[in-house]
Design a protein around this ligand. Structure first.
Ligand SMILES: NC(=O)c1ccc[n+]([C@@H]2O[C@H](COP(=O)([O-])OP(=O)(O)OC[C@H]3O[C@@H](n4cnc5c(N)ncnc54)[C@H](OP(=O)(O)O)[C@@H]3O)[C@@H](O)[C@H]2O)c1
Length: 183
């Protein structure tokens, strides 16, 4: 079984309506080039599993699938999703099974897909979380699942690395944090 790695950028404004935001229609709620660079560095060369709406948002933002990695798209209507160079599956389990020989598979959202691997009833569960916490109250419509209980002292994940970046040039402050499942 590959290592299952969740990768997400998540608004961190506890108690505010914008807390846990990840998306705004076809867009991200923010533009943080350093986060896009890190996303590219981490996911290049590995299968990246995503829901159909996230894939459509990539087409909208970048004009096509992400290069140098397998774009693996989940839909319950596989015949309706047709794009050259992508892999389409009807379930998360089938998608991960198809890459069972790989060392690592990234889970790139959206909300329901993250929920399934964080503590859903899917047999596919996250081993590692690569999260970017973005500090600011943004507009949007899609939220990351409740996760704080998972990274508390008695939760299943422990912080392995953290790197903070202050607000700069009109960009919000953010921090990269890696959590790993406790042995
Ligand atoms: N900040 C971040 O890191 C980040 C990351 C990813 C996405 N986003 C944002 O999140 C938004 C999109 O996410 P979303 O939650 O709305 O949608 P999504 O999860 O990307 O797509 C939902 C669709 O995926 C398919 N799907 C999901 N789980 C499935 C499963 N287990 N089996 C089969 N099909 C499955 C279904 O497609 P069908 O309806 O075709 O059956 C479902 O309607 C966008 O705003 C995007 O920019 C942000």
């Amino acid at each position: 079984m590959p290592e299952i790695v969740v990768i997400a950028a998540v608004a961190d404004v506890p108690g505010r309506p914008g807390d846990r935001l990840i998306g705004d229609g076809m867009e991200l709620p923010w533009h943080i080039p350093a986060d896009l660079k890190r996303f590219k560095a981490l996911t290049s060369g590995w299968p990246l599993v995503m829901g159909r709406r996230t894939f459509e948002s990539l087409l909208h933002q970048f004009g096509g699938p992400l290069p140098n990695r397998e774009n693996v798209v989940l839909t319950r209507h596989p015949s309706a999703v047709d794009h050259p160079g992508i892999h389409v599956y009807g379930s998360l389990e089938d998608a991960v099974d198809a890459f069972a020989d790989r060392e690592r598979v990234f889970i790139g959202g959206g909300a329901g897909v993250y929920g399934s691997v964080l503590e859903g009833d899917s047999p596919v569960q996250a081993d590692r979380l690569e999260l970017t916490f973005v500090e600011g109250d943004f507009q949007g419509d899609t939220h990351f699942p409740e996760y704080r209980h998972l990274i508390e002292d008695d939760g299943p994940f422990v912080l392995e690395a953290s790197e903070s970046h202050p607000a700069k040039d009109g960009r919000p402050a953010f921090r990269f944090e890696t959590f790993v499942r406790k042995a």
